[in-house]
Design a protein around this ligand. Structure first.
Ligand code: PLP
Length: 394
């Protein structure tokens, strides 16, 4: 018996994307000391008050089937946050609580695409986007953006690529590049969406981690509130990756349909997790600021360690928890550079190719180790790039 074509296709074009990560993990399991700068997971556990709130809720008996849409209190807190971030009045009935930002991305794809519909994805992209579109029986259409444009889309190219698409996935602040789209890019996105009648799924999971500039949401632009679905999460903001809690925000009528998906999939997010999230959103501002500050400091350490390096160009991230490096001057692909780095220096980074063709010849460094270790690792990375640029001399 064959499984369905749909499920066979989900990860059709990402073979090898996680290869380097798996290799590094295997070596750690074998006892080696590898500096892991691969995936965007924090190197500390969730703050204690959030864990305490979760335990309190569970011990108080909140262990039964949860509220499928999310508790009214949590949805109200999320609505208030999104209203603040987007400037658009938002009510609890416009919110669906999801299993992380990824659950919201899947729900958004299911809500906006019929089988065979095209979804526009700007590359480089967060690695799950094409899989998510295919899981919803949609077809990914990839538009490459360029390193020299700071990986923001050119309006004419955007309009051309959007022709025939039903939805556009936008991610600002951006993973992997750390770009924060400015008003011109956001306006171009809004013009294309309104002009060509597209849904916009706006992935804003890094909205609380802007180090330079200001986060803008496409939902805030005229004519966009009714056609934008905002994806959010506490994974990055509050070091809650393992809690799997996020949200999707949009038109009330759409969210009522999205709630139906919960019946067919997760049957809701556990109530004690929802209570922990409510605490994080209503009482956790100082913790959120501390998480942002950790990455802001590590970003500075990384930029200092890489300053003046030969063989690589640093794209200073304006947001998030990564630094994106153009290593084309070494003559290697992102994957081959990452392999050499793992072999010679015991440092693991993500090859750019994992984020689409537009990121070939780049690598992404996650800022997920403490400052001193990060500094030492990046100085060794810079030295390798320098040696390679000099023709491989050691
Ligand atoms: N969107 C982007 C751009 C991400 O980088 C990630 C996680 O790395 C997610 C969504 C998914 O986050 P979550 O853990 O909330 O599912």
């Amino acid at each position: 018996m064959q499984p369905s074509l749909r499920i066979r296709n989900v990860a059709a074009d990402n073979a090898g994307a996680w290869d380097l990560y798996e290799r590094a993990r295997a070596r750690i399991r074998a006892g080696e000391d590898i500096v892991m700068l691969t995936v965007g997971d924090h190197d500390w556990t969730t703050p204690e008050p959030i864990i305490a709130e979760m335990a309190l809720s569970a011990r108080a008996g909140n262990t039964g089937y949860p509220d499928l849409r999310g508790t009214p209190e949590l949805r109200a807190a999320i609505a208030a946050r999104i209203a603040r971030e987007t400037g658009v009045p938002t009510g609890p009935d416009q919110v669906q609580v999801t299993t992380g930002g990824q659950g919201a991305l899947f729900a958004a794809a299911m809500a906006t695409l019929d089988p065979g519909d095209r979804a526009l994805i700007l590359a480089p992209y967060y690695a799950t986007y094409p899989d998510t579109v295919r899981a919803a029986s949609g077809l990914p259409t990839i538009l490459d953006t360029r390193s020299e444009d700071g990986f923001e889309p050119r309006p004419a190219a955007l309009a051309e690529a959007a022709a025939g698409c039903r939805m556009m996935l936008v991610n600002s602040p951006h993973n992997p590049t750390g770009a924060v789209y400015g008003p011109a890019s956001m306006q171009a996105i809004a013009d294309v969406a309104t002009g060509q009648d597209l849904w916009v799924v706006s992935d804003e999971v890094y909205a609380t981690q802007v180090h330079d500039g200001r986060h803008l949401s496409p939902r805030a632009l005229p004519g966009m509130a009714d056609r934008t679905l905002v994806v959010g999460s506490l994974s990055k903001a509050q070091a809650m990756t393992g809690f799997r809690i996020g949200w999707l925000v949009g038109l009330e009528a759409v969210m009522a349909r999205v709630a139906d998906l919960g019946i067919a999939t997760t049957y809701g997010v556990p109530g004690f997790i929802q209570d922990a999230a409510l605490w994080a959103l209503t009482e956790g501002a100082a913790l959120e600021a501390e998480t942002r500050a950790v990455y802001a400091r590590r970003r500075q350490v990384a930029l200092a360690a890489l300053a003046g390096a030969r063989g690589l160009r640093v794209l200073p991230p304006r947001a998030g928890m990564y630094v994106f490096l153009d290593i084309r001057a070494t003559g290697l692909s992102g994957r081959d550079f990452a392999l050499r780095l793992l072999e010679e220096e015991a440092i693991a980074v993500m090859p750019g190719e994992s984020f689409g063709r537009a990121a070939a010849g780049h690598v992404r460094v996650a800022l997920t180790v403490a400052e001193e270790r990060l500094d030492a690792a990046l100085r060794r990375l810079a030295a390798l790039a320098g040696r390679l640029a000099d023709g491989g001399a050691r």
